[in-house]
Design a protein around this ligand. Structure first.
Ligand code: SF4
Length: 233
């Protein structure tokens, strides 16, 4: 969306990126490359928003405040800090590390400068649109088209979209098993970190949902499964 907005001479005053600290290194490099391009073309830099604490701090150290929640933890013998693994019902990470930050900044810009907010939702995910501007939807550009637009202009995201179907946090528990298998194969250093995080989560939160990476699967068990598959291949 940004590349096409630049090409189509659309006004751009600010480009916002929420950094969760858990992006693939290739994405971090891509952001730097996009930033250099934006600066060359429009003389502005990407504005990076970052939460006050890291993903791991919210996951393991964030102290609970609500007395009822602290009491519930005590009943289960779970310490009163840390949100644990995000789950379908408590997806704390998206809000804490991305949407709250962006919403706050956008609301400020709307109030102070009457800003218009453009979001890069593609035409084949238009059901996600709310009441902002969605140029890719307006232009009928799908996710696959948008990726091709990037490739055609020399932005290949370090090849990660050729390995993974979706690219977000490398530690995301909502990834498919096939993507986790690919993570172990293509990013072994991140897989090792994920294994550590999950071992720590299981030790801190026990077998309940907070300590559960995926339903029925700890990262350790996935490691055993993938290693087994590898040796029988
Ligand atoms: S990608 Fe997954 S882990 Fe990262 S913020 Fe979104 S839901 Fe949370």
């Amino acid at each position: 969306m940004l590349l096409l907005m630049i090409e189509r001479d659309m006004p751009i005053d600010m480009v916002i990126f929420a950094d969760t600290g858990m992006d693939f290194p290739e994405i971090t490099e891509h952001i730097q490359k996009a930033d250099a391009h934006l600066y060359r073309e429009r003389g502005i830099h990407i504005t990076t928003l970052k939460a006050a604490h890291s993903f791991e701090w919210y996951m393991f150290d964030n102290p609970l405040v609500k007395p009822s929640a602290i009491e519930r933890r005590a009943e289960k013998g779970v310490p009163p800090y840390g949100n644990g693994w995000p789950g379908m019902r408590v997806r704390w990470c998206t809000g804490q590390l991305k949407t709250h930050l962006i919403r706050k900044e956008v609301n400020r810009l709307k109030a102070e400068k009457n800003a218009v907010h453009f979001i890069g939702i593609a035409a084949d995910e238009a059901w996600r649109c709310k009441d902002e501007r969605y140029p890719l939807v307006e232009w009928g550009i799908t996710e696959a088209d948008a990726l091709q637009v990037c490739y055609d202009r020399g932005f290949d995201f370090g090849g990660v979209y050729r390995i993974y179907r979706r690219v977000s946090c490398w530690c995301c528990p909502f990834q498919r098993i096939s993507e986790l298998r690919a993570l172990r194969e293509h990013h072994p250093e991140l897989w090792a970190r994920l294994l550590d995080m999950d071992n720590r989560a299981r030790a801190q939160f026990g077998p309940g949902p907070l300590g559960q990476f995926k339903k029925d699967w700890s990262v350790e068990r996935l490691e055993e499964r993938f290693a087994r598959e590898e040796s029988s291949a």
